[in-house]
Design a protein around this ligand. Structure first.
Ligand code: AMP
Length: 195
């Protein structure tokens, strides 16, 4: 089964992806984590994306699509992927559909975590205080939210048209949101063709 966790920055995608990994043994594919790992390893790719990430802008489609392509076989072997923070543009969504189709696979469900902007700001302010992630500063966060609204939210009709979009109330506590996700996945599992 392949799941896309969809939502604005700080909606809780990473937190919920990790819970799903623990419970289901699937693989979390977070392009943000991959890019941060590239930066900490001091690779040429890491150097190339550092400024873009710190400003809160999106890195190029080619870079993140290549990262996902490389990671797909291991995810498939583990029983499926939880895509976290990918896809973020129409081009990425189309590339993902193609990459999965080439492997005889597909996205089963897109879980949209709905969180209002005030709550996002409160969460990211708290995380900035706790973790000091450069792109959680208020200026970069504004850019990240704008990038989400301009480039990522337009994917919603794409997945709606495919009949894959399920909305989840992401405003509650971590356990409550996890419960909603489990309920949504139980429905998907009962749908013919899901795996
Ligand atoms: P995240 O941890 O998912 O919030 O990602 C942190 C940053 O990494 C983003 O603000 C972008 O600069 C970059 N990034 C992560 N995933 C993508 C993606 N799918 N497309 C473009 N840029 C990305």
């Amino acid at each position: 089964m392949n799941i896309v966790l969809f939502g604005p920055p700080a909606a809780g995608k990473g937190t919920q992806a990790k819970r799903l990994v623990d419970q289901r043994g699937m693989v979390q594919l977070s392009t943000g984590d991959m890019l941060r790992a590239a930066r900490s390893s001091g690779s040429e790719l890491g150097d190339r994306v550092a400024g873009i990430m710190d400003r809160g802008e999106l890195v190029s489609d080619a870079i993140v699509i290549a990262l996902i392509e490389e990671a797909l076989p291991a995810a498939e072997a583990a029983g499926g992927a939880i895509f976290d923070g990918f896809p973020r543009t129409i081009a990425q969504a189309e590339a993902l559909d193609d990459l999965l189709a080439q492997r005889g696979s597909k996205i089963d469900v897109v879980l949209r975590l709905k969180v209002d902007d005030d709550a996002l700001l409160a969460r990211v302010t708290k995380r900035f205080g706790e973790q000091g992630r450069a792109d959680d500063n208020p200026e970069s966060f504004k850019v990240r939210l704008a990038a989400y609204n301009a480039q990522t939210a337009p994917l919603l009709p794409h997945y709606m048209a495919q009949g894959k979009l399920v909305e989840v109330d992401g405003m509650g506590a971590i356990d409550a949101v996890a419960g909603e996700i489990e309920a949504a996945l139980a429905v998907v599992n009962k749908t013919p063709g899901a795996r």
